[in-house]
Design a binder for this molecule. Sequence first.
Ligand code: FES
Length: 116
Amino acid sequence: MKSAPLPPGIHIASIADLAEVCAEVRSVVVNGAETSLLITRRGSAVAVFRNRCPHAGYPLQRADGRVLVQGGRYAVCAAHGASFLLENGACVGGPCNGEPLERVAVNIENGVVLTA
Ligand code: FES
């Protein structure tokens, strides 16, 4: 099920705070409710997704709060190992059965990632 869109202009992250290759969990608060997002970076490619695996709906991070990045290319769900391309969230392995992560539209302005 697709999520309701987030209002525009919400600060998600600064590019300078992201490693060159990463998948990190960030939370934003909208109308008092917290939404968990996954921001990924692979060089100049930055993308944001809902932090909810399409397999069984779990967030992707491990108990230590980090998301495993495999081979510098894939974010791996800690629950059962579904793998997603950092650039676009496409399912590339594991039990996601072709279902991608749900992408969040963003703009990057002056090195800051904002909801679009
Ligand atoms: S919930 Fe992510 S692989 Fe099962």
